[in-house]
Design a protein around this ligand. Structure first.
Ligand SMILES: [Zn+2]
Ligand SMILES: [Zn+2]
Length: 114
């Protein structure tokens, strides 16, 4: 499959209990994300660092409840999604590729090991 036809999210669902995000993809795949895990994976310059400098996540051992509570998901163009967190953070753009790379299902894990 070429990059051009990368699967797109068709719908998402936020569940406060047990704090998970569910994404359905155009190829029929479904991914479940743990909110906290998703926040730790924030790719923005503030969280993940930039130009060789570490981001704030590198020096943190834990995140508080506000920082890991997902309140909304906003689409970014046709290539990504931005989670809006309860602490107001909303600068992380998670591309579809990145989101798929975070999928922990057996199928995706197996594919990654190939
Ligand atoms: Zn961030
Ligand atoms: Zn998967």
């Amino acid at each position: 499959m070429s990059q051009y036809k990368f699967p797109q999210p068709t719908s998402f669902l936020l569940e406060e209990e047990p704090r998970k995000l569910y994404i359905s993809w155009s190829d029929g795949h479904e991914t479940v994300y743990d909110w906290e895990r998703l926040r730790w994976a924030c790719p923005c310059a503030w969280c993940a660092g930039e130009g060789g400098l570490p981001g704030v996540l590198a020096s943190k051992k834990s995140l508080n409840r506000e920082e890991t509570t997902l309140v909304n998901i906003e689409p970014v163009g046709r290539y990504g999604l931005t989670p809006v967190w309860e602490d107001g953070h909303h600068t992380g753009i998670y591309t579809y590729e990145k989101l798929r790379a975070l999928c922990e299902c057996d199928e995706c894990r197996k594919k990654r090991m190939e």
